[in-house]
Unconditional design. Structure first.
Length: 463
């Protein structure tokens, strides 16, 4: 297919597509979506942090806020596939096209194929946005791109994928994931059809899940407020309403936390019940620490949280039920000269198990990140083992299913530390939680369990 030449519009072209004689009047919703989308892609911001703030500071009505949310999050998820389609109608490599044009075009393609926006409105409104944010000449190019794209249905655009023999490359385009993530899923799930299910699940927005903190609130209270009890966690309830509207959330009697993370905290707390002192080694921003500290307080255990970042440590302090919050590098936790009966190391990771919640992560993380992260993860796990009492419990958790961050770390730790043994996690899992183990570890999957793809391994220090 021939690409489109990028040139300044003539007077006749302008009248046919982009009217340069009228002041651009883009709607406020799309302008805000473009600003947030660009800040995430070019400014390395996180959508879940800046979008709520931008919406709260706007004058948009509830319906328009929902439109912006769907447009931003959806475009971030699907921009890989959008780029693949736009490359077909571009006269030069898409990676060399002006970032402003790229971002506007991605938003336009998302409205064409993923939202309930009529074709004419998707094109015209996006072009009007382009006139405002990238200028008339570039808006003319956007107009030409989107008109060419809108000439086919999504199904027609994706038909050539059937001719791609490389199944990883094919699925990467169809489900808008980098190939390295698709490859990692194949390493774990093996079957092509299940890999496709897992990738598709990452593109479905997650319904907010609330968590009741024992001693401060209960699961039943969340249900009474209109939530639906989570099937596996005894603390959670899914809620389609905005969590910030609930008094329990505003007063810090309950929080927002994926059910998978709740299960990590729940399983750790069960395994640690015989131990008196608990440590959360990497506690920020505080979701697991809030739940674990609440369980600890209810069972008369002492609790300590450690976080390397001052800002995140402050967030932890706001939600911890009882206990101390230390600020420092978890790898130097032994400097406090204390031992603990149970330690959880929920380590920094690629985050590819939570892509439905953090859509930009799939494009921001690279396979090359694994080496540095793997070293950090191993050092933090070593540190956790070092401050655990003999007979005590160590938990290693990630929000990534990648082999390098899960099984490889477990096997390496067992080789480095002959004084630890792995504990089978199965007895601590809910009876109705099926297909959630990998060897002796817990491995959740979004497409199987409706949670983030959390991993958890338990160890006991025997000497």
């Amino acid at each position: 297919m021939k690409g489109i030449a990028l040139s300044h519009p003539t007077g006749k072209q302008a009248r046919a597509g982009v009217d340069t004689f009228k002041k651009p009047r883009p709607d406020a919703s799309r302008v805000l979506a473009f600003q947030v989308f660009s800040e995430v892609n070019q400014g390395q911001a996180y959508a879940n942090l800046i979008l709520p703030r931008a919406l709260s500071e706007s004058n948009l009505e509830l319906r328009d806020r929902a439109f912006v949310t769907e447009l931003v999050y959806g475009s971030l998820r699907m921009q890989g596939r959008h780029d693949w389609i736009l490359q077909q109608v571009s006269d030069r490599p898409w990676s060399e096209v002006d970032a402003g044009i790229v971002n506007v075009a991605r938003l336009g393609v998302h409205q064409l194929f993923e939202m309930r926006v009529p074709t004419h409105a998707a094109v015209s409104a996006t072009v009007e946005l382009a006139r405002k944010v990238v200028g008339e000449a570039k808006a003319s190019y956007v107009n030409a791109l989107l008109r060419k794209v809108s000439a086919k249905t999504l199904e027609q655009w994706l038909e050539p994928l059937a001719t791609i023999e490389d199944r990883i490359a094919q699925l990467a385009v169809r489900y808008s994931h980098p190939e390295w993530i698709v490859s990692a899923y194949f390493d774990l799930l093996r079957e092509s059809d299940e890999v496709a299910l897992a990738l598709a699940a990452n593109n479905i927005p997650a319904v907010p899940t609330l968590v009741a903190w024992p001693g401060r609130s209960t699961q039943q209270e969340l249900v009474d407020l209109g939530g639906i009890a989570t099937p596996y966690s005894p603390y959670g309830a899914s809620s389609p309403s905005m969590p910030g509207d609930l008094d329990l959330i505003r007063t810090r009697y309950a929080g927002v936390q994926d059910e998978g993370s709740q299960l990590v905290a729940h399983v750790f707390a069960q395994a640690a019940q015989a131990q008196q002192s608990w440590l959360d080694l990497c506690a920020g921003p505080g979701g697991k620490a809030a739940l674990i500290s609440s369980i600890a307080a209810e069972t008369d255990k002492s609790f300590t949280a450690n976080e390397i970042s001052d800002v995140r440590a402050n967030l932890v302090e706001q939600v911890v039920a009882k206990g101390r919050v230390w600020v420092g590098d978890g790898r130097a936790i032994a400097d406090h000269d204390e031992m603990f009966g149970a330690v959880i190391a929920d380590v920094p990771c690629t985050g590819i198990g939570a892509l439905r919640r953090r859509p930009e992560v799939r494009w921001r993380r690279k396979a090359s990140d694994l080496a540095g992260l793997s070293q950090l993860q191993g050092e933090l796990l070593d540190s956790a083992i070092g401050v655990t009492e003999v007979g005590g419990v160590i938990a290693y958790a990630t929000c990534s299913p990648h082999l390098a961050e899960t099984k490889v770390q477990v096997n390496s730790a067992l080789k480095r530390h002959p004084g630890i043994s792995q504990i089978d996690v199965a007895p601590y899992l809910p009876a109705n939680l099926q297909g959630a183990t990998s060897g002796q570890s817990m491995q959740l999957w979004t497409h199987r369990h409706g949670t983030d793809a959390m991993f958890l391994a338990l160890f006991r220090r025997v000497s």
